[in-house]
Ligand binder design. Structure first.
Ligand SMILES: *Cc1c(COP(=O)(O)O)cnc(C)c1O
Length: 434
């Protein structure tokens, strides 16, 4: 299958090229040329299928022409080797827990899948080592570093702002060793991102090295996120075969939500979606006014959603042919400030016993505000509450236990390469460190 650019100024490319390049030469995002419906037989049998089997079936409709079945099945099975349970929180509200992977946040799914798919293409071509560059304010770096850890043919450079990520986040990408290098930049997250962007623009560097990015613009990170929507619906069907399901997605760069829209297009029975924003609500504003005005992000306690110019917005526009009415038929949105998030974490724990993290809390509130009579809601819990231990404890007054896997990162020895905020030195480092 071919992938076209949302900017429509460069030609369509193979899956391999879309994955290795990341962004199209015209700065557009790659989209699959066709999104196929899954057959009725799949939906008839889905309640009896495991997460792995569901994901392998969906993966084949996207990637089946480009990767042999046995290898694709293995890529899927290796990436999804953890549980994604659906739990009931109250009468008509369910939660899909996406945080049982190695770094306790949903980005593990896409990062692990992309690592294995990229490695498949690198091996196939016996091409030179591919260098993955990723700038992080915390969570993306840990998911990508752990997803790519030990994967052959690939080296990962995580750039992060020194002193500006939490200890637990830092431990998740600075203690791994092997093919993961952490560059501790004397600057801000924006400086890190600018260094990475400049590297992709630098002709001489790209001529010499094979560079790619691992953020959600990459189709190999973005598309696998549709797998678990099918798994959520299958689990709900076991309890409510005919439920009119509405899914609420805590949103930042809109990759997770867009993957859900793709699942619906493939025939998944979902009524509609809700996008939950924090104070960074340019997407909600677009839905209500029709005007899109990206702006610098503001800091909130749901910080993985602090995005002022969502990178997958163009995918949503393209998907609906830029038809605002069609978009608002499928998606509504709500926004919440830090106080509302805090209150919800406290009250939900008291009332239902369920402990939310700040991102999941936005998804939960959006369901409470948006669900209509007769509908059943699912919200995505995108991070484990222990990742936001201090905030969550402040809300509930109770200690949050840190899962063993998360605590284990804190035992490792931190190893970083300190880097001034200077592109020529970064360039030198990229060429010498291998
Ligand atoms: C990245 C992230 C989000 C936002 O997901 P997008 O796909 O960027 O919209 C939400 N919650 C958590 C915990 C995240 O890490």
């Amino acid at each position: 299958m071919l992938y076209y650019s949302t900017q429509k100024q460069s030609s369509s490319v193979s899956l391999k090229e879309a994955v290795v390049k990341g962004l199209a030469p015209d700065r557009g995002l790659y989209m699959p040329e066709t999104i196929r419906q899954l057959p009725a037989s799949f939906y008839n049998e889905i309640t009896g299928m495991s997460l792995t089997t569901i994901a392998q079936t969906v993966a084949r409709t996207y990637f089946g022409e480009d990767i042999p079945k046995r290898e694709l099945d293995a890529i899927v099975a290796d990436s999804l080797n953890f549980e994604i349970p659906l739990r009931q929180v109250e009468d008509n509200i369910w939660v899909l827990e996406l945080f049982h992977g190695p770094t306790y946040a949903f980005k593990d799914v896409g990062a692990r899948f992309m690592a294995r798919m990229l490695s498949h293409f690198v091996k196939q071509e016996q091409r030179q080592e591919v260098k993955v560059l990723v700038a992080t304010s915390g969570d993306t770096g840990s998911a990508v570093a752990n997803g790519f850890l030990g994967v052959e043919g690939i080296r990962v450079y995580v750039l992060y702002p020194s002193g500006k990520v939490s200890d637990i986040q830092e431990a998740q990408f600075t203690t791994l060793g092997q093919n993961i290098l952490a560059l501790e930049v004397d600057g801000t997250f924006d400086d890190c991102q600018a260094l990475v962007k400049n590297a992709f623009m630098d002709e001489e560097l790209n001529h010499r090295l094979s560079l790619t990015s691992a953020n959600s613009i990459n189709v190999a990170r973005f598309l696998p996120q549709s797998f678990y929507y099918f798994h959520a619906r299958a689990q709900l069907m076991r309890h409510h075969p005919a439920a009119r399901a509405v899914i609420s997605v805590p949103s930042g760069n809109l990759g997770n939500l867009t993957a859900g829209l793709f699942a619906k297009k493939m025939g998944l029975p979902v009524e509609r979606f809700i996008a939950a924003n924090n104070r960074n609500d340019v997407f909600r504003e677009y839905l209500t006014t029709g005007n899109y005005s990206p702006r610098p992000s503001v800091q909130t306690i749901a910080n993985a959603m602090d995005v002022g110019a969502p990178s997958n917005f163009d995918r949503i526009l393209d998907f609906y042919g830029h038809d605002h009415r069609a978009i608002t038929n499928d998606i509504t949105a709500y926004r919440y400030n830090d106080e509302e998030i805090r209150t919800t974490i406290r009250e939900t724990k008291q009332r239902t016993g369920y402990l939310l993290d700040p991102h999941g809390a936005c998804g939960y509130m959006a369901l409470k505000d948006g669900l209509q009579p007769g509908e059943t809601g699912i919200f995505l819990a995108t991070a484990h509450p222990a990742k936001f231990k201090a905030t969550v404890e402040e809300c509930t007054g109770n200690t949050v236990a840190i899962p063993d896997g998360l605590a284990a990162f804190m035992q490792g020895k931190k190893e970083t390469i300190e880097l001034p905020n200077d592109f020529s030195l970064f360039k030198k480092a990229l060429s010498s460190l291998s």
